[in-house]
Ligand binder design. Sequence first.
Ligand code: XIL
Length: 335
Amino acid sequence: SGPGLKDYYRSFFPIGVSVSPRVLKGEEAQLIISQFNSVTPENDMKMGNIHPRENEYNFGRPDSIVAFALRNKMKIRGHTLCWHNQVPAWIFKDEKGDTVSKEILLRRLKDHITTVVTRYKGKVYAWDVVNEVISDKKEEFYRNSAWLRICGPEFIEKAFQWAHEADPQAVLFYNDYNEINPVKRAKIIQMVKDLRAKGVPVQAIGLQAHWAFNEPTEDQLEKTFADFAALKIPLQVTELDISVYPKEHEARARSASDADTSYNREKENSQAEQYRRCFAIFRKYKNALTGVTFWNLSDRHSWLDNFPVQGRKDYPLLFDRNLQPKKAFKEVVSF
Ligand code: XIL
């Protein structure tokens, strides 16, 4: 087979993909090996998966992803140590079922981070330490999560400190989405600046980049990268996909029947155009950008199937359901 994405981008940045053990065999594994030089476990290192009960860790699946990556000389991004989703039920509760104190919750978070980061020390080169703590609401700074309600914002700096103590070599990321929204972006930048001014080891920023064929615009892309690059710390695109459906802000409340469900040649072409625009910006910012990771391998399976609209399939990736390169692939590698 010809050159893969990773070969075209050799002089720019590593090209990653999020994986579960399911795609690490057969033809999907072959595609991963030929195209990518970095992996992120899609779910298997999240707290709810890796640490389902207080004294129980599930290392089997994440270990198998790490072994696959090492066997194939790929980088590994760890995802994620502290998030409001996919958290185990026990973490916020005491034996009686009451909400735990701040002291106990921080102790649990410390144990979790120390155990997981230590296990993958020297293997996972970058960690999404804290994920999505900035609110999408204009009038709210931090997301109103159980972490925030119980601990206040202190858990954020603690998480970075504990991760750094467990593996001083790992590059520690703050990761978030909706980074093209100027209000949210300003808050992300503010938080990262404030933490760094206090000496907290937030060393890089992850832009999830869950985008669509019609958004961000060229102008939004430029502004987003210009603003983040001004921080002079490494950036990565951590969860790239480009939906063939327009972003629908109220989409969660919608049913498949009143949402756009069409996928046709025209959509495929505008998606390819959007991929071309995005990678042109990524190349332009190669000095700041230390990696670009796709969220899922091919249109055979994407987390956007059923999200945000139940019952709707999406086609957001560079490879189709038969694992063949789409028009978007050509646009990404033609430069
Ligand atoms: C998603 C996974 O892809 C799904 O399989 C899972 O059901 C939900 O989480 N932001 C993140 C990722 O940081 O961890 C999310 O991954 C997608 C949004």
